[in-house]
Design a protein around this ligand. Sequence first.
Ligand SMILES: Cc1cc2nc3c(=O)[nH]c(=O)nc-3n(C[C@H](O)[C@H](O)[C@H](O)COP(=O)(O)OP(=O)(O)OC[C@H]3O[C@@H](n4cnc5c(N)ncnc54)[C@H](O)[C@@H]3O)c2cc1C
Length: 447
Amino acid sequence: MTTPTRIAVIGCTHAGTAAILNMVKLYPEAEIHVFEKNDNISFLSCGIALHVGGVVKKAEDLFYASPEQLAKLGVMTHMRHEVLNVDTDAKQLDVKNSVTGETFTHSFDKLVVTTGSWPIIPKLDGIGLDNILLCKNYGHAQTIIEKAKEARRIAVIGAGYIGIELVEAFEALGKEVTLIDNMDRILYKYLDREFTDITERELTDKGVQLALGRTAQSFKGDPSGKVAAVVTNDGEFEADMVVLCIGFRPNTDLLRGQVDMLPNGAIIVDEYMRTSKPDVFAAGDSCAVRYNPTGAHAYIPLATNAVRMGTLVARNLMKPTVQYMGTQGTSGIKIYDYNIASTGLTETAATAAGLNVKQVTLQDHDRLEFMPTYEDVTLKVVYDADTGRILGAQVISKVDLTQSINTLSVCIQNGMTMDGLGFVDFFFQPHYNKPWNLLNQAGLQAV
Ligand SMILES: Cc1cc2nc3c(=O)[nH]c(=O)nc-3n(C[C@H](O)[C@H](O)[C@H](O)COP(=O)(O)OP(=O)(O)OC[C@H]3O[C@@H](n4cnc5c(N)ncnc54)[C@H](O)[C@@H]3O)c2cc1C
């Protein structure tokens, strides 16, 4: 009789859960142990703002798996267990049971690192004041909801998609909201100015104070130790609650010095999710991704990528089987009535990277003007000036055209050029679009 493969998984949110659910099916003989320092698994952080704003009523709807489900599948599920050390040569983990305080050593044959990311916390004076909050996990969501009940003025630092979603939720709750960011426009990484102008107008129309181009430098507190104001390089903003949304860093200190990483600590994996150490795999926010528009490694923490990479770990654990396709960092956001999505490089990002790009921006209606209603749409496609290869795209409209960005993500993935895009077969039907689909039009205008 052969001994079963001992698989250890560290961390169980999206990448960990995806890896485990697939490994259970593929390797029924394996002995799978998962160590999760939290008391829940599979929390959908993407629902935090919707929960804060009251759209998602029940917190339990923000989970799609439970420790009990994993245990029923035969997975040794160690909740509230934190891995303190990893020795990838000796193939051992040091684990602490946070409930009992007991520590023990656990041996493995294969290791899956899905330790994810943690919010960046700037070292600023006053950062330890009460009511300066993070937004990442279930505990954070509950704290934000509780503290927001008492707060009148809320400042969100960081105008990425998480910050914007929270701003909208707080505004819906009737709070006085200030959004602070050191860039001079919101969603700087995802959208070019034509798009952020529209969304900024929408936010200010709703009464949100935009404090852009300002860097938070310190926090002032009140006598009870609660935050009272955010001090920036250009003015002070009163706030009795602050949420930090300035980005994430990979949670990979356990592996530092043992596997190859980017300078920010993101683990580098190959197309089969293998790290530079044999039998050590990694997935999700703990990893760098291959960013197809440039072909380089990048750090783009997204749930979409985490579930894909987690699934690939399972498929490739015993032998290289299915290759990772890389990513375009495709993402979407709804800001009030606007449906927005982007994929790949913005013109700003491409130019900053020194690429020679051109772009086509279409401003049109989503369907024929003889229809009773139609809406404005702006679509921008960025492409390589020499080869015509599509590198990125953005869309905004009050109708939901975000799936067109998924189509363009496929185009980037497959190295398509603007010439080709002009003549792809897309359907036409007056309820939905125009005889020349917007994507065709973009391709044709590039010629
Ligand atoms: C507010 C918010 C909104 C978001 N919205 C979207 C969205 O709309 N679309 C999208 O694609 N992505 C979204 N994301 C990003 C997405 O949530 C992350 O990409 C995803 O959670 C990554 O999953 P992961 O499993 O790799 O890592 P994580 O979610 O970071 O999970 C890592 C797990 O490892 C555990 N762990 C870490 N260290 C140890 C240790 N030493 N021992 C034991 N356990 C450990 C942690 O407790 C945690 O459970 C959002 C994120 C946030 C915060």
